[in-house]
Design a protein around this ligand. Structure first.
Ligand code: SAM
Length: 248
């Protein structure tokens, strides 16, 4: 059986006796019932992976000894940005969790013409903190070594500026029948997926995106809910240009 992976706070790795704490600790003890001496892998959320061993148990914590750095196979070689039109409350949270599991590199909430949910500065700060903790939970759960970068909100025009720095910027638009390009046509190192909010993009936004050279792509003949569309787009990008076809 594959060695189990756990997240450890980077600060713990600087201590003499590092500890895994919180829900993971009780999962190790009560659900997995891993014994002292068990070999495990630790990830620090910043792209480093370590071979380690369980050395003991305490109230609410599992003590570990780090034995050395390991190779990381949990991160996609594709630099994948999701720029998502701001959705209402929990939808953004769920989407970020799923996109993190699908290996995104960066998450950008975008204010578009049809964005209904526009948080003020104080609320936005709290949302960003919450997204960070959701991303940490998601990397723990799926064994990634890196927490995706979480940006503050971008305006639509700022995303178009960013798109110019990316190999393949894709504008998902239900009114096109062009497919996302295949790897036989392009092998991008970086991809940006731009997806609309619940009400979709306006014609004006589509025109601007076209002028700035974004590639228009369809996700098939059905109109998907925004959160379904983003998950489908991430899966396609990782399948075509990233690591979705590799086993753990
Ligand atoms: N404007 C539409 C409406 O309200 O009927 C639908 C918007 S859809 C819920 C939200 C976003 O998901 C769209 O802006 C687009 O980025 C993406 N999307 C949904 N279905 C799609 C499809 N079939 N092809 C490409 N993009 C799609």
């Amino acid at each position: 059986m594959a060695i189990r992976r756990f997240y450890i706070e980077p600060e713990q790795l600087e201590k003499q006796a590092p500890r895994i704490t919180g829900r993971q600790a009780s999962h190790i003890r009560k659900v997995l019932r891993l014994p002292e001496g068990e070999a495990i892998v630790l990830v620090n959320g910043r792209g480093s992976v370590f071979n380690a061993r369980i050395t003991g148990f305490e109230q609410g914590a599992v003590r570990v000894a780090v034995e050395g750095q390991a190779e990381d196979h949990s991160e996609s070689g594709l630099d994948l940005t999701v720029a998502q039109g701001f959705l209402k409350e929990a939808k953004m949270d769920d989407l970020l969790r799923q996109a993190t599991e699908l290996g995104i590199t960066r998450w950008i909430p975008v204010i578009t013409e049809r964005t209904v949910a526009r948080p003020d500065a104080g609320r936005l700060k709290k949302r960003i903190e919450r997204w960070r903790s959701i991303a940490v939970e998601a990397i723990k759960q799926c064994g990634r070594s890196t927490i995706p970068e979480i940006y503050s909100t971008y305006d639509f025009s700022e995303v178009l500026d960013l798109a110019e720095t990316v190999d393949l910027p894709v504008f998902f638009w239900e009114n096109t029948d062009s497919p996302i390009p295949s790897p036989s046509v392009t092998r991008p190192g970086s991809v940006l997926l731009l997806l609309g909010p619940e009400g979709g993009f306006t014609e004006n936004e589509a025109r601007q995106a076209e002028k700035r050279g974004l590639r228009f792509a369809s996700l098939g003949p059905r109109i998907l809910r925004a959160e379904t569309a983003a998950v489908a787009a991430c899966s396609l990008a990782q399948y075509l240009f990233g690591d979705l076809q590799k086993s753990p």
